[in-house]
Design a protein around this ligand. Structure first.
Ligand code: NDP
Ligand code: F7E
Length: 312
């Protein structure tokens, strides 16, 4: 299936890390009819507002990149917000998309849907085969419900709803909040501020041993467009970089990119989270997609963006 450049595409959450990368991708390809609403213009947790919006606008395609998102601290501190907001947003958008004739919807989940001790690399078939990682189970349960809703609407109504499961993402427009963000933007900011102040040490959370896989958000946006055009199956699809690093290796890399010369101190009172979560990328690779941006290049690019757009 090939999308037409004038097709009306609703990118939900277009100012976030993922949504903004998808907008950049679509604009670079020449799409001219993007439907965009900020959170203030349309609160996706309000069912009547979402339904009225779909009735009036009738988008042809929907990419659902609006969600309540955060790192390990935010997920474990605000469990009620993570489960409720995400269930509401995705239920409202999926049901209104179906009832107002959307041709295809892509739902974004996350690698945290898989069991804490899933086989590595994690195949799509590992879903619902074991207990979840406690620090983000509330968010994971909402995301699993989103995958299942897409499947249920496909089975009962032949609605072309697909799900993509990205690994840990980073890039321009990330959230650089000191406590609530993910590890990569948190460390970029902390090392940068320490360098500017001339600090001798930087505190990094946990033991440094957990392994994580990082994917630049421009690679994810490329994969999202690829799946919209090339995939219409029942099962969700993993999207990863295929490369993992320990948090210690990541911290050393961020220190090098930022140019901080002091030492690292580990705060072991902070949770490590899941020990390892490397996605098995073979399904999307067999469809014909591959990531392009290395972690080193992506980090340098993100630090440059941070310097130009975020730091005071
Ligand atoms: N970041 C990551 O590492 C990963 C992200 N993902 C998935 O990608 C998707 C996007 O994440 P990401 O871009 O990082 O998140 P961000 O927090 O950067 O962006 C989320 C977007 O959703 C919007 N939003 C949140 N709540 C509402 C609401 N009630 N009504 C309308 N809009 C709302 C926000 O708008 P506003 O800014 O105006 O509040 C924002 O534009 C999520 O589904 C997430 O699960 C998956 C794996 C990893
Ligand atoms: C994408 C995925 O992201 C979340 O899971 P996570 O991978 O555990 O997320 P994280 O990026 O916050 O942490 C990764 C690792 O890094 C360590 N770490 C060190 N120092 C800092 C630090 O300063 N901040 C943070 N956040 N972590 C730090 C931290 O202790 C942990 O060991 C899910 O909640 C959920 O949102 C989800 O789906």
């Amino acid at each position: 299936m090939s999308l037409d450049k004038s097709d009306k595409i609703y990118v939900a959450g277009h100012r976030g890390l993922v949504g903004s990368a998808i907008v950049r991708k679509l604009q670079s390809l020449g799409f001219t009819n993007l439907l965009l609403r900020t959170h203030a213009e349309l609160d996706l947790t309000v069912q009547s507002a979402v339904d009225a919006f779909f009735a009036a606008e009738k988008p042809r395609y929907v990419i659902l990149s609006a969600a309540k998102v955060g790192g390990i601290h935010a997920n474990s501190t605000y469990p009620a917000d993570f489960i409720t907001t995400n269930l509401l947003i995705q239920t409202n958008v999926i049901t209104s998309s179906y009832s107002h004739g959307v041709e295809k919807l892509l739902f974004l989940g996350s690698s945290c849907i898989y069991p804490k001790f899933a086989p590595q690399p994690i195949p799509e078939s590992a879903l619902l085969t074991g207990p979840l990682e406690p620090t983000n189970e509330w968010y994971a349960v909402a995301k699993i419900a989103g995958i299942k809703m897409c499947q249920a609407y496909r089975l009962q109504h032949k609605f072309d709803a697909i799900s993509a499961m990205p690994t840990n993402l980073y890039g321009p427009n990330d959230n650089f909040h000191p406590e609530n963000s993910h590890v990569l933007p948190a460390l970029l900011r902390r090392f940068h501020e320490a360098k500017v102040r001339g600090d001798e040490r930087v505190v990094v959370w946990g033991s440094g041993t957990p392994l994580r896989e990082f994917l630049h958000v421009d690679d994810l946006a490329d994969a999202v467009f690829f799946l919209l055009e090339n995939y219409s199956g029942l099962e969700h699809v993993n999207v990863g970089s295929g490369k993992e690093v320990s948090i210690k290796e990541l911290a050393e890399l961020v220190r090098e990119v930022v140019g901080f010369e002091g030492e690292l101190v580990w705060d072991k009172s902070k949770p490590d989270g899941t020990p390892r979560k490397l996605m098995d990328n073979s399904k999307i690779e067999s469809l014909g997609w591959q990531p392009k941006i290395s972690l080193k290049d992506g980090l340098a690019d993100t630090y440059k963006w941070y310097l130009e757009n975020v730091q005071q």
